[in-house]
Design a protein around this ligand. Structure first.
Ligand code: 9MR
Ligand code: 9MR
Length: 591
């Protein structure tokens, strides 16, 4: 063998050797958990390895074996929810735009992710578009719905007044028309209380970022009509809500529903009789709050929708008055069923405490009309603690609106406001305290009480709270914690799922959603967020891996307690993903 050939072989050997060093082929694993959509160039970037280990990690471009960034795993972190240990791979310093994977020798390779500005615009827009897929009393055409197109169903123009809702003007069995709106969730019913917080969240997003939404299109039939798609979509449900008010007295029916849940059938095959049932104070107040906000928001679109804003304000005032005359009409389904037939066993959205609904309605009416009397009629701080907003506790919705309009309000509200800002920042500090000790570094993990039915919405709503804290103080730490909650929802969590259908590599495929389950299409309708981990496991499905708070999730259609979807869960996802995308795509500050 010639000397040169030997040398040649030697170098080839070296080359091969160093290649294998660099690239021992790693298999994709969900043990590495990260936001499966991606990251912003100038923001924190963190992956969590779900086992205790030591060593290095490195990034490679998708499809290449080059090591373009490497670092050391740090930790271990110990979960206060499960006691399990995790390791942190922090690659925040890597700012290159592109598509990458994260490798941990000995563990494997992550799902691919992207680094770019506006990285969440796609998932945010799909989450908004999912409301279009929830529309009822209309067909969804292929042009807008793609393979999920479907025929008209649930025209809801022959809805019966249930015995519980009978009045002199509308006796039992009266037929009214209550078309449109969105299906609440995986079921086919419509509930005013839950609709209120959903439309309130979407309109608050608009009010917080009006310029951005002038241009954002979600590809719906109304796109291009001169009104932001976010508002067109919301109006679809508002128009239905208006039909839930009894014009004879201003009261609002609690829900429009079948007596029992329909089977897992297509919308057009779900044809059981529909009813409006008992009026309730919670429905009247939620309705009043939403309609007062609608009047304010749609006041700017008088040319497009003549008279709409004014009509909504009148509706809000009438509902407010009804609620004042009927301050304590609780929706107690069990009691109702003891008195009336047919018995109604669909979702109840009940609850005994109406103070928060009253604060919310009073605040929205006040901010829209600037009539101090509304604010003066409520006890503004019924409890020292602030809470994360949810369908049963909407007080924070009121506080958000006051904070949003702080600069424009009169002395009456200013008294409340000084205090509110202080309380609010203290609340946000409480939400994030100890986050750095958590296994997945998300504020969500700080409190085991966050793990309820619809826990992903607790996480998203908490993220919204942190966005307000950021906007109040200018302190970026709150924004980064809000981003950590979004990372959590999109894959950096104890289940390894990105909880949004169609967005990520490991996503829910078998959501408890009648249209997705019955359409014969493998992929569920995209942009829907699953309820998420819920140790209550009320559905008793066999698939839960264990009963740990943050792992009590099963991607199984039987699991309505962890794998259903709902409008009041999707709305905060829409808010959080867009708000983060808007705020994080701003260029970094110089210096
Ligand atoms: O499908 C229903 C879902 O939308 C509700 O959230 C859930 C809880 O109220 O109930 C589901 O319906 C189930 C019912 O409660 C019990 N029988 C099986 C039904 C469908 O799985
Ligand atoms: O989101 C609701 C959750 O807070 C309740 O614990 C649960 C049981 O009452 O109901 C959830 O709401 C469901 C509603 O009752 C019917 N439509 C589906 C909703 C999401 O599961």
């Amino acid at each position: 063998m010639s000397k040169t050939l030997v040398l040649h072989l030697f170098f080839i050997g070296l080359l091969l050797q160093s290649c294998t060093d660099q690239t021992e082929p790693l298999t994709q694993t969900d043990t590495i958990r990260l936001n499966q959509i991606g990251f912003y160039p100038y923001a924190p970037k963190i992956a969590i390895v779900a086992v205790e280990t030591i060593g290095d990690f490195y990034l490679s471009p998708v499809g290449s074996e080059e090591k373009i960034f490497s670092g050391k795993l740090t930790g271990p972190q110990t979960s206060n929810l499960s006691g399990k240990q995790t390791m942190i791979a922090d690659f925040s310093d890597f700012q290159q735009v592109g598509k990458f994977v994260l490798n941990v020798p000995g563990i494997g390779q992550s799902y691919p992710f992207e680094i770019k500005t506006k990285v969440h615009e796609g998932v945010a827009t799909a989450a908004l578009k999912s409301f279009y897929f929830q529309r009822m009393s209309t067909g969804l055409s292929e042009k807008y719905a793609g393979k999920w197109h479907r025929p008209l169903a649930h025209s809801d123009d022959q809805v019966m007044v249930h015995a519980s809702a009978a009045t002199k003007e509308r006796p039992e069995g009266t037929i009214i028309s209550s078309p449109g709106g969105w299906y609440d969730a995986g079921d086919y019913n419509k509930y005013v209380v839950n609709s209120s917080i959903a439309v309130g969240t979407l309109m608050s997003l608009y009010e917080d970022f009006p310029d951005y939404f002038q241009k954002l299109e979600s590809d719906i039939p109304e796109s291009g009509n001169g009104v932001p798609d976010l508002l067109d979509e919301t109006r679809w449900n508002l128009l239905w809500m208006l039909t839930m008010q009894d014009p004879n007295d201003g009261g609002v029916y609690h829900k429009c529903t079948t007596a029992e849940f329909e089977g897992m059938v297509k919308p057009e095959e779900a044809t059981a009789q529909r009813y409006v049932v008992q009026k309730s104070t919670a429905a009247a107040l939620g309705f009043a709050a939403s309609m007062a906000q609608t009047a304010r928001v749609f006041g700017a679109f008088e040319n497009e929708f003549p008279g709409f804003a004014e009509k909504c304000l009148e509706a809000a005032k009438a509902a407010w008055q009804w609620a004042n005359e009927n301050p304590n009409v609780i929706y107690d389904q069990q009691k109702m069923n003891e008195q009336f037939e047919p018995k109604v066993v669909t979702g109840d959205y009940g609850g005994n405490d109406l103070k928060d609904e009253k604060i919310w309605a009073a605040t929205e009416l006040y901010v829209t009309t600037r009539d101090d009397a509304y604010l003066q009629s409520v006890e503004f701080y019924p409890s020292e603690n602030l809470t994360i907003q949810n369908w049963g506790d909407v007080r924070t919705m009121a506080y958000f609106t006051l904070l949003r309009y702080a600069d424009k309000l009169s002395p009456t509200s200013l008294g409340i406001l000084a205090d509110l800002k202080k309380r609010y920042v203290a609340f946000a500090d409480g939400l994030v305290e100890k986050t750095n000790q958590q296994a997945y570094l998300a504020p969500m993990e700080n409190d085991v009480k966050n793990y309820v039915w619809g826990s992903t919405s607790v996480c998203a709503n908490q993220g919204i709270s942190l966005i307000y804290a950021y906007r109040l103080t200018g302190d970026k730490k709150y924004l980064n914690y809000a981003l950590a909650d979004l990372d959590y929802l999109l894959g950096r969590n104890a289940t390894g799922y990105s909880f949004v259908t169609g967005f990520g590599n490991k996503t829910p495929l078998h959501i408890h959603h009648r249209p997705s389950e019955s359409d014969g299409i493998d992929d569920p309708i995209p942009g829907l967020i699953a309820g998420g981990p819920n140790p209550g496991q009320q559905d008793r499905c066999p698939g839960y891996p264990n009963d740990l708070p943050d792992e009590s999730y099963t991607d199984d259609v039987c699991s309505y307690a962890s794998n259903e979807i709902a409008i009041n869960w999707n709305a905060p996802l829409v808010y959080l993903a867009f708000a983060i995308d808007i705020l994080k795509s701003e260029p970094p500050l110089k210096g």
